[in-house]
Design a protein around this ligand. Structure first.
Ligand code: DC
Length: 492
């Protein structure tokens, strides 16, 4: 079944997508990911990366070398000391282990029986994810797997979750085996698939699940062509939505109340003074009615991030302690800030925040709820998920770095930078609502936001490596902030 969101999206031409495109395709075994991922790679001129083949190759090597597939450290050592390569070219992608082509050998039932266990070990996953991120960092890839949208590339250009009912997948797998000359019974294939589904979805580290922003496509009743077309259109969904955003800078400036213009101007000057660099924003765009989610490391964050906004009212969820009678209260009221009690659940604040978003205002929040140690973003609290589920508002993630100190540094000690990620649209919410309760969905949204902050941080470190000063500062803060966080939020 095609999701409603694809209804207005035209079938894309063979036109290439931008060079840095990352298409993430996740889903259970037998849902048709490989077929479609290869098709999209050929159609859009991208590199096809099969991450399942990497886990399979390690499994094969372990089985052949007599390594216990339950021994996490032995597997991690085997992976670290071996050469595993994906070779793209022609119609088929090939996999080599220590230079030897194992593309056919990894498709056996012995490997399939053991691969879910091998891929459940955190140490194995950590190294595989690192390699996958290296392969896709520059973009131009279609990557298929189980955790690509949720963990490997949380800011992928397009995320597709391809699902299909068990029976449809059994029939497809039987056909594949037959083509390879293997005869298996439907009962055996059904039992194997059900077991892998269970293991892949229930493991603790990066289980198979729907990322809240993934386009969910159920291919049970689709032939390959329809499935490919639906997925090709899903690749265009975010870019198309982005074009709908109000990016008319001049008009929105004109309609901005004078006190916002004044406030943004002052904050911008502050940023300039301290040498703030902006990445991914270029001072132009902030969509209307969206949640602006910023990591929090310093009291300088609100004015420094505020200086990168040029338009639209931005309301802020600010801690209630700041609204004690006095000049600060007047200032926060002047900028329409919404007070929030951080202990427990402040229903009134969330209602006001959702109403503000619905009215087309932007809402700046610090989803971590309090300042975190430098270099260690997260964890994200449930408030973000509650707001997203209430309002459906898209999210503009922002990562700030270097604002810590009596004065924000902006020096070689700690580069001062505000980086904007792409806007996140919650395509996966309707499907998630059929599977999970609101609290579980909030957790998923929080996990995605955590992964996004880490990804934006990694990109920032790639531009300017983390300094010794930042490392020391973060380590020192960690212990103190843990204690403070317990005091602010209680022991929940
Ligand atoms: O897609 P596949 O059937 O080739 O994947 C083989 C196994 O690898 C699958 O059971 C789960 C695991 N896997 C994973 O855990 N994470 C990925 N990104 C890809 C595959």
């Amino acid at each position: 079944m095609e999701p409603a969101a694809l209804a207005g999206i035209p079938t894309p031409e063979l036109a290439p997508l931008p060079a840095d495109t990352v298409i993430a395709i996740d889903g259970p075994a037998g849902s048709g990911k490989s077929t479609t991922a290869k098709h999209l790679a050929a159609r859009f001129g991208l590199l096809y990366i099969d991450t399942g083949a990497m886990y399979r190759a390690l499994t094969l090597a372990a089985l052949r070398g007599g390594v216990d597939v339950g021994d996490e450290q032995a597997l991690a050592r085997l992976l670290a000391s071996s050469r595993l390569e994906l070779v793209s070219g022609g119609k088929e992608a090939r996999v080599t282990w220590e230079g030897q082509d194992v593309s056919a050998a990894i498709r056996t039932t012995e490997v399939e029986a053991a691969v879910s266990l091998v891929s459940s070990h955190p140490a194995v996953r950590q190294e595989m994810v690192r390699r996958q991120q290296d392969m896709g960092r520059r973009g131009g890839v279609v990557m298929e797997g189980r955790d690509i949208g949720s963990v490997v590339f949380p800011l992928a250009t397009a995320k597709i979750f391809l699902s299909a009912g068990l029976e449809a997948r059994v029939q497809r797998r039987l056909r594949q085996y037959r083509q390879r000359g293997q005869e298996l019974s439907a009962d055996q294939v059904r039992a194997d698939l059900a077991k892998r589904d269970k293991l892949d979805s229930e493991r603790v580290t990066s289980p198979l699940n729907i990322s809240p922003d993934a386009v969910v496509i159920d291919s049970s009743a689709m032939d390959i062509q329809r499935q490919n077309e639906a997925c090709a259109r899903a690749c265009r969904l975010n870019p198309t939505l982005d074009r709908l955003l109000d990016r008319d800078l001049a008009t929105s400036r004109r309609t901005l109340p004078w006190h916002y213009r004044l406030a943004y101007g002052v904050m911008q000057t502050l940023g300039r003074y301290y040498g703030l660099r902006q990445v991914g924003n270029e001072g132009k765009a902030l969509p209307r009615g969206c949640i602006v989610a910023v990591n929090h490391i310093s009291l300088w964050d609100p004015p420094l991030v505020g200086g990168t906004f040029m338009r639209h009212r931005v309301n802020t969820l600010a801690k209630a302690e700041l609204f004690k009678p006095g000049p600060m209260k007047a200032f926060f009221n002047w900028l329409d800030s919404i007070p929030i009690r951080r202990r427990g659940f402040d229903q009134e604040a969330f209602r006001a925040a959702s109403a503000s978003l619905a009215a087309g205002n932007n809402l700046l929040i610090f989803p971590e709820g309090t300042r975190r140690p430098v270099g260690r973003p997260g964890p994200v609290r449930n408030g973000l998920g509650i707001l997203v589920q209430d309002s459906g508002a898209p999210m503009q993630p922002i990562f700030i770095r270097g604002s810590y100190g009596r004065m924000p540094m902006g020096s070689t000690l700690s580069p001062l930078e505000v980086s904007y990620g792409p806007v996140v649209w919650w395509h996966g919410l309707p499907a998630l609502r059929e599977q999970l309760d609101p609290k579980q969905i909030s957790r998923r949204i929080a996990q995605l936001c955590e992964a996004i902050f880490l990804d934006l941080q990694a990109a920032s470190f790639a531009r300017h490596p983390q300094t010794e000063f930042e490392k020391r500062l973060g380590a020192g803060q960690a212990a103190r902030l843990e204690a403070r966080s317990r005091k602010v939020f209680g022991r929940s």
